[in-house]
Design a protein around this ligand. Structure first.
Ligand code: SF4
Ligand code: SF4
Ligand code: SF4
Length: 201
């Protein structure tokens, strides 16, 4: 290997660290495979060259909330074939990472329509429960994306409204939920919200 190639060589521990900057195991798998696909692919073994691309497409469907059970089965199958048949460490490490993540309850939860980490924006929403909100404004200061609207309560004024989250601005960073002293901010799956809307309609 030339010095130039050595410089470009991807360190798997760096790829893992980048993937684990995400909290959701599906998103982590997507980052890991994405890094793998972005690097040089020698094409010496078939399961890796085709399988990794196919797995990335199916992981993308999970994140978008359009996946089926077949996607889950296929990712599992591709990862186990890649782990077995890949000829290099990079291919095997990628497959093993995905298998490790598939085996978490949080990964499987996506097939019931929820991302417990709240990172898959098409699956879940952070909302403020109006009855619990005391209008203290702590979440407003914590939200770096200006996704929370509301006016802090002043003791000498009345008629204040509970705070709200503007969904299209929310980046699902989860900072607001950590700071609310009343537990008024919750993460709900869109599926759950839709079911509630249907019942109340
Ligand atoms: S697993 Fe490794 S050897 Fe096989 S095609 Fe992928 S990069 Fe090449
Ligand atoms: S931190 Fe909680 S209680 Fe305070 S304004 Fe935000 S949602 Fe309401
Ligand atoms: S999850 Fe992040 S972006 Fe969304 S409202 Fe909370 S702090 Fe703002």
């Amino acid at each position: 290997m030339t010095q130039e190639e050595k410089k470009k060589e991807v360190k798997m521990e760096d790829v893992r660290a980048r993937a684990e900057e995400k909290r959701c195991p599906v998103q982590q798998s997507l980052v890991f495979i994405g890094e793998f696909l972005a690097g040089p692919m020698c094409g010496r073994c078939f399961p890796c060259s085709l399988g990794s691309y196919e797995a990335a497409v199916r992981l993308g469907r999970i994140v978008e909330g359009t996946s089926t059970d077949e996607d889950f089965d296929s990712i599992k199958r591709i990862a186990s074939i890649m782990a077995e048949a890949s000829m290099c460490k990079k291919g095997k490490d990628t497959a093993r990472f995905v298998i490790e993540k598939i085996n978490t309850g949080e990964f499987a939860g996506h097939f019931a329509g929820s991302c417990s980490e709240g990172e898959c924006r098409d699956l879940s929403e952070y909302i403020i429960v109006p009855e619990k909100c005391t209008m203290c404004g702590i979440c407003l200061d914590a939200c770096k994306d200006n996704a929370i609207i509301g006016e802090k309560k002043k003791s000498y004024l009345s008629n204040y409204q509970p705070f709200e989250i503007v969904q299209k601005r929310c980046t699902k960073c989860g900072e607001c939920i950590k700071v609310c002293p009343e537990g008024a901010i919750i993460l709900v799956s869109k599926k759950e919200l839709k079911e509630k809307e249907t019942v109340t309609a």
